[in-house]
Structures are given as structure tokens and as C-alpha cells.
Design a binder for this molecule. Structure first.
Ligand code: ZN
Length: 283
């Protein structure tokens, strides 16, 4: 499942083809994905220019000159493919429509943008740009971890008195937007905090230290995604999935990367999600 850095990588990969371009054609091949598409979606997109392509949490938001914003959610398996006339390094051949190509945009610069999603947990919606933040998916979100509203004092206040494990608290989208399982595991490893520890019982200084760690864990992953775009030569034109080296995530049974630590990475299940951690380095 794509997390914030993967979605940001998709956004960066789409931007050269979409920002400033007009959606000449919009083809919607089915009535719904996870939810029904908004009424008249193709007609409401057609002929409109994409003013900017931004991201909020794991949602890509395309602001249009019609005053509406197209919200794109990749869900579990959604992929954005860029094909069509040469537009630089991110454009690839995608000549024949595939089975799971649900939405296809033809841009006036020659790019074709295809949303392909075999499992159909993805979603698209159209919202008024002026009140986009009030949308049911966006209004529940806490601050962006890479934005200014996310600060040490904010996080200390948000976790104060919380009886839930720190792992669950950091996954709570109302506390921090867009942080998912992989990067929470990596954050807690770097912070030396056991994922089972109760959020409200962690000393303020350790909570404060989480803020720069969360920022660097995400920034490094975004950077890795950026380099995956740079030498992006995959035949299918798929954006956003890249190899990244993790310290604990998916490393159950392997030796800890910590200096002088010979412990084995453990996996436990918390709220139905796997937590990977080092029992020696994380207290
Ligand atoms: Zn260790």
C-alpha cells in the first residue's frame, strides 16, 4: 500500500504532464472504484486546466480552473501511468488499454494519464476548491508531518494522557496525516522507543525528538522516490513504487542494524498491523 512518500513520488512524477495542461478528454470506464465516481465526472473535467497538483496526506489534489479540485486516492493497489507523446523522462508506452484501466485522461500536451487499479480500493472525487479541506476524507486529518503546523509542542500536547501504544497513536491520522505502518516502524526504531510503550507515558523530550525523526524518515524516503523517478525507465510507466532500505520494517528474524547490537528484529501484531522492532535498541 502506498504511503506518503510513495504518493508524493507519484505527484512529482505526474506534475510535468498535468500541471498547466488542459484535460482534453476524460474517459471513465466504470461507475465506481471504492465509492461511486461523482456525477458527471468526465464532463466536469473535460476542457479544464490543471492549475496545480498538490498533496494532502495520501491524497493527490488537482486544482482545476473550473473551481473544482479532483481528489485522487491510490488505495491499496492504484497506479498512475503516464504515456503518450514525448514529454520527457517520465513518459512511457502504454499503447493498449488494460483490463484495470478505470480512468484515462488525455492532456492537451499529448500526455495520457491512466489510473489502473486491480483491487479497486482507490477513489476519485470532485470537490469545490474553496472548501476542499471540509471534505469528509480531509477534514478528519491532523497536520502534515512535513508542514509547519506539526511541531514538538503540537505532538507533546497531542500525545499527553494517551493510553494507547505509541505505535497506534502515530498511526492515528487525526494526530498526524499520512504516516503509515512502514514509516511508523522506522521512526520508532530511530527514536529507540518500543512500539508497545503507552504514548502518554513517554517523556516530553523523547516525544519532541520524534518530530525531526519523522521528518527525516519521510524526507529520505521521498528522496529515494525522487531518484527512482530520475532513472525511471520502467516499461509500464508506473510511478511511485521504489526500493528503499528499511532498518526494521519487514525484517523479522534478521539482525538489527544498530551499532554493536546483535539482537534479532521482532514482529508483533498491534491493532491488526505488524510492528517490527528491536527489543534491545527500543525501550
Ligand atoms: Zn538493536
Amino acid at each position: 500500500m502506498p504511503e506518503l512518500p510513495e504518493v508524493e513520488t507519484v505527484r512529482r512524477g505526474l506534475a510535468p504532464s498535468m500541471e498547466g495542461a488542459v484535460i482534453e478528454s476524460a474517459q471513465v470506464n466504470r461507475p465506481d472504484l471504492r465509492w461511486a465516481f461523482p456525477a458527471g465526472m468526465a464532463e466536469r473535467l473535460r476542457g479544464h486546466r490543471v492549475l496545480s497538483l498538490r498533496r494532502r496526506s495520501k491524497y493527490i489534489l488537482a486544482d482545476l480552473d473550473s473551481g473544482e479540485t479532483l481528489l485522487i486516492h491510490l488505495g491499496m493497489s492504484g497506479r498512475m501511468l503516464v504515456s503518450g507523446d514525448p514529454l520527457g523522462q517520465f513518459v512511457h508506452d502504454h499503447p493498449a488499454p488494460e483490463k484495470h484501466d478505470h480512468v484515462v485522461f488525455g492532456m492537451d500536451n499529448g500526455a495520457r494519464i491512466t489510473f489502473n487499479d486491480p483491487r479497486r480500493f482507490g477513489a476519485m472525487d470532485l470537490l469545490d476548491t474553496a472548501t476542499a479541506e471540509d471534505h469528509k476524507l480531509l477534514s478528519v486529518l491532523g497536520p502534515e508531518p512535513l508542514g509547519n503546523a506539526f511541531s514538538e509542542s503540537y505532538l507533546m500536547a497531542a500525545l499527553r494522557g494517551k493510553n494507547t501504544p505509541i505505535k497506534s497513536a502515530l498511526l492515528d491520522q487525526g494526530i498526524i496525516a499520512g504516516l503509515g505502518n512502514i514509516y511508523v516502524c522506522e521512526t520508532l526504531y530511530r527514536a529507540g522507543i518500543n512500539p508497545k510503550r503507552k504514548a502518554g507515558q513517554i517523556a516530553d523530550a523523547r516525544v519532541a525528538a520524534l518530530v525531526p525523526i519523522i521528518r527525516s524518515v519521510l524526507s529520505e524516503a521521498i528522496e529515494a522516490g525522487g531518484s527512482s523517478l530520475k532513472d525511471f525507465r520502467r516499461a509500464d510507466g508506473e510511478l511511485g513504487y521504489f526500493q528503499h532500505r528499511f532498518d526494521v520494517y519487514d525484517r523479522e528474524g534478521q539482525t538489527c542494524h544498530g551499532d554493536g547490537c546483535n539482537s534479532t528484529i521482532r514482529r508483533i501484531v498491534q491493532s491488526g498491523r505488524s510492528s517490527f522492532y528491536c527489543p534491545t535498541c527500543q525501550r
